[in-house]
Design a protein around this ligand. Structure first.
Ligand code: KIV
Length: 273
């Protein structure tokens, strides 16, 4: 089985910064469990995101809002056991950092102590900057997240492209600078016009990782189940490229298994004791 790189050294925030400087794109995918994280890490991914999209993908919720700190800690501690090379970044779930910097700090410390993660991700700019600063002051690397922020879906009311209007675009640029000045090591920018993401990536020194933000940023992130063709609700936004159709592969394999069981073809003589 081929892996992308022979370089088995652990990816660090410092190495991500070097990648931006030498214009090497950063690859990032989500994982929420040990098995998927082992495969993705073994394939050579740079960053694994234990995304709060686990709320949708793993738990079947409609939004990311219901997932709890304990549930994120459970997912993250399974992933860190698997990741030998990738930098593991964990989403702080809704409600654990927006209230005040002290609660944010306490939530951040729990995730770091109980999971062994390398870094945390928070959604928002100016509104959460005190929390970001407090967490970074404790020595915890923070990745920002701007543009479409799924934890704010009830405010946005829609998952369509963000920052098409000038005022929202200018706020996004300002927030990106605030996050960089606060010490974030990278920022995810989700579902914004490619030109705007390009501007942010060129103005900032830290890596900008895009999802639905065009190709001129410093790296890309997708939800693994989406790019592997595993999602059951036919989610197919323009930015999603499918690299496999695992839903079909699994359905066919399960169908063959059912048929073998029903026809007394499984197990055969060699498959018993
Ligand atoms: O939770 C998640 O999967 C994310 C990515 C979409 C960036 O935040």
């Amino acid at each position: 089985m081929s892996t992308y790189t022979e370089d088995k050294r652990k990816v660090t925030t410092h190495r991500l910064s070097e990648m931006k400087q030498r214009k090497e794109k950063i690859s990032m995918l989500t994982a929420y469990d040990f098995t998927m994280a082992s495969i993705i890490d073994g394939a050579g991914i740079d960053v694994i995101l234990v995304g709060d999209s686990a709320s949708n993908v793993m738990a079947g919720n409609v939004t990311t809002l219901p997932i709890t700190l304990d549930q994120m800690i459970y997912h993250a501690s399974s992933v860190t056991k698997a990741a030998k090379r990738a930098l593991v970044t964990v989403d702080m779930p809704f409600g654990t950092y927006q209230g005040n910097a002290y609660d944010a700090f306490a939530s951040a410390v729990r995730i770091m102590k109980e999971t062994g993660a390398d870094a945390l991700k928070l959604e928002g700019g100016e509104e959460v900057i005190d929390s970001v600063k407090k967490i970074i002051a404790a020595g915890i690397p923070v990745m920002g997240h701007l543009g479409l922020m799924p934890q704010s879906i009830n405010k946005f009311g829609t998952y369509t492209v963000r920052a098409k209007e000038e005022a929202e675009a200018e706020k996004l640029v300002k927030d990106a600078h605030l996050l960089e000045d606060a010490g974030c090591f990278a920022i995810v920018i989700e579902k914004v016009p490619a030109k705007l993401a390009e501007r942010v990536a060129s103005e900032l020194q830290i890596p900008i990782i895009g999802i639905g933000a065009g190709g001129a940023v410093d790296g890309q992130v997708l939800v693994a189940q989406d790019m592997l063709g595993m999602n059951i609700n036919n989610f197919a936004p323009r930015f999603l490229r499918k690299y496999a159709n695992l839903k079909e592969v699994i359905t066919t394999a399960v169908g063959r298994y059912i048929e073998d069981v029903k026809h007394c073809d499984f197990p055969n003589e060699k498959e018993q004791y």
